[in-house]
Design a protein around this ligand. Structure first.
Ligand code: NAD
Length: 283
């Protein structure tokens, strides 16, 4: 069986970009920063010299992100801010805390949750919670950050949104996730439309990445489909990919930093589809 346990971020996976905006005066807010992709984006942003405001509702594991930054001896500071993205007051606090440590220039909306149930069985309160975390919070954070972007010396800023292949096509029994990811691409393009190339936005769409979100859904998916956990990994998660290894969180994080950097200058509303060919090829 393929080993898909979540790997630690190490320096050999981190990509740095030479960019004058990647400096300690500039702040990158990262949501979902206690785990998986959000932790990796926080570490790679700090390794690129940015001051990172790392936010999550999981205080203990958020401290783990700060500790990992210290172990890696990244040049940027990682400031943890605990918050629940279903609470507007917490969202407002995240942005006001970020404004105290520098100029807010980048926002990475990464936090997400999964729930597996058919449409007929799907609990509406879970649907609403997923919508709040994965669609409403990215919009509200963007709304609050854009005025800060405009206040910076060059008036520029960028929002990166963690999307998915589920923002391009769908798998069954994940309706709230699917709808949120499709919507997130709409938000990405809306920010880009209003930003006139100065405030940019992009999304990142990957297939399955080695994080707790994936490992935690193996048993539910197996039960829902009446197959084994091994079959979920080999057939459902990797079956349509031309690349036999699952993506690692640090590889996704590197894409965020490339998108934020001057290399992403023409990346205005676009989606970085790094999915091993899952959505664009067919057996
Ligand atoms: P993860 O479970 O490892 O991390 C998600 C983080 O979001 C957790 O730390 C969790 O505490 C936080 N979070 C959830 N609800 C929150 C709330 N209400 N307030 C504050 N924080 C909250 O998951 P991951 O795999 O790193 O996923 C991160 C993002 O990447 C998600 O948006 C997910 O949809 C997306 N994604 C993941 C994969 C994958 O295969 N892992 C693939 C494509 C897209």
């Amino acid at each position: 069986m393929a080993d898909i346990s979540p790997p630690e971020v190490t320096w050999d996976g981190i990509h740095t970009v030479d960019d004058e905006s990647f400096a300690s005066d500039n702040v990158c807010i990262v949501t979902g920063a206690a785990s998986g992709i959000g932790r990796a984006v926080s570490l790679v942003a700090a390794a690129n010299g940015l001051t990172v405001v790392a936010t999550d509702r999981d205080e203990t594991r958020l401290e783990g992100t700060v500790d990992r930054g210290a172990e890696l001896d990244v040049s940027g500071t990682i400031k943890p801010v605990v918050g629940d993205l279903t609470e507007d007051t917490d969202i407002e606090n995240i942005v006001s805390e970020a404004a105290t440590v520098g100029d807010i220039k980048y926002l990475a909306n990464v936090a997400g949750v999964q729930h597996i149930d058919s449409i007929e069985e799907f609990p509406m309160e879970t649907y609403d919670m997923i919508h709040q975390v994965m669609l409403r919070a990215p919009l509200y954070l963007s709304k609050l950050c854009i005025p800060h972007f405009k206040e910076t010396a060059d008036g520029k800023g960028c929002v990166g949104n963690m999307c998915s292949i589920h923002g391009h096509y769908v798998t069954s029994d994940k309706v709230a996730y699917n709808v949120s990811k499709f919507g997130l691409r709409g938000l990405t393009q809306s920010i880009a439309a209003e930003g006139d190339g100065e405030i940019r936005s992009f999304s990142v769409s990957t297939g399955y990445v080695q994080t707790p979100l994936v490992t935690n859904q193996l048993e539910d998916t197996a039960e829902q489909r009446g197959i084994t956990v091994e079959e979920v990994i080999e057939d459902v998660m990797l079956g349509q990919s031309r690349v036999s290894e699952m993506m690692k969180p640090v590889e996704v994080a590197n894409l965020f930093l490339i998108g934020f950097s001057k290399l992403g200058n023409q990346l205005v509303g676009g989606d970085l589809l790094f999915d091993g060919g899952m959505t664009l090829t067919y057996e």
